[in-house]
Design a binder for this molecule. Structure first.
Ligand code: GCO
Ligand code: CA
Length: 255
């Protein structure tokens, strides 16, 4: 049995929100596994810096700067990738953000921003990509959910709502796209050291709570999400669909 199951050579992978953090780590990992990665984000300079690093490592990488919350920009961006680079085999819906605050005071505009960034984006990008994958009868769609796809905690109700939606959207898409040999799954990161979590890491009480609440007793690193991303992007997962794969150090499996 060869490990070619996990090779992504010859595949094109679009990773949204991949200028930094989890998205960039996954893009680097997919590139190392052989994929031609297409980096996406709104900050072109950040994408160019990331592109430089991945190219310097000897991997194939392009950039596609468009705003995933703008349906017209998404449609144009995806069409351009397919015309200029080639058919997208793998889509990683990673773009997302976080805003924290008491629910009763949570500004409606922040709610709308989180829904647009974390959920509308998945609708726009997945639709633009899946309608092109379907006639090819092959594709991998991986969305980034969260431990909050299954659990709640105070101050992040809007974020939690969007991540719960991503998990069930994954199941719905798996049901509908399976006939086109498109596998649709999600990854649920636990508490990972990222820019979005900077304030939490700096809060000693919260950080100690994460360590005690997580069986492996520590925060995760962005690179620890790469294995799940390669698995769900490769033929190793051709019979896996509709699944939310938690990468959370065991957090969601214990009280
Ligand atoms: C929080 C954090 C969490 C996790 C994120 C990763 O405020 O509790 O941002 O939401 O870090 O969900 O999946
Ligand atoms: Ca499920």
């Amino acid at each position: 049995m060869s490990l070619n199951l996990f090779k992504l050579d010859g595949r094109i992978a679009l990773v949204t929100g991949s200028g930094q953090g989890i998205g960039l780590a996954m893009a680097e990992g997919l590139a190392a596994a052989g994929a031609h990665v297409v980096l996406n984000g709104r900050d072109k300079a950040k994408l160019e810096a990331a592109q430089g690093a991945i190219a310097a490592a000897g991997h194939k990488v392009s950039i596609a700067p468009f705003d995933v919350t703008d349906q017209k920009a998404v449609e144009a961006g995806v069409a351009a990738i397919e015309a200029e680079i080639g058919p997208i085999d793998i889509l990683i819906n990673n773009a997302g953000t976080q805003k924290r605050g008491a629910f009763v005071d949570f500004p409606a505009e922040d709610w709308h921003f989180l829904v647009a960034t974390n959920l509308h984006s998945v609708f726009y990008v997945t639709q633009a990509v899946a309608k092109r994958m379907a006639p090819r009868n092959r594709g991998k769609i991986v969305s980034i959910g969260s431990v909050m796809s299954k659990l709640g905690r105070p101050t992040i109700v809007p974020y939690t709502a969007t991540k719960g939606a991503v998990a069930l959207m994954t199941q719905g898409l798996a049901a509908e796209l399976g006939k086109h040999n498109i596998q649709v799954n999600a990854i649920g990161p636990g508490y990972i050291v990222t820019e979005l979590n900077k304030a939490l890491i700096a809060d000693e009480t919260f950080s100690n709570w994460v360590k005690s609440r997580t069986p492996v007793g520590r925060w995760g690193e962005t690179k620890e999400l790469i294995g799940a991303a390669i698995f769900l992007s490769s033929e190793a997962s051709d019979y896996v669909s509709g699944h939310l794969l938690m990468v959370d150090g065991g957090l969601t499996s214990v009280v």
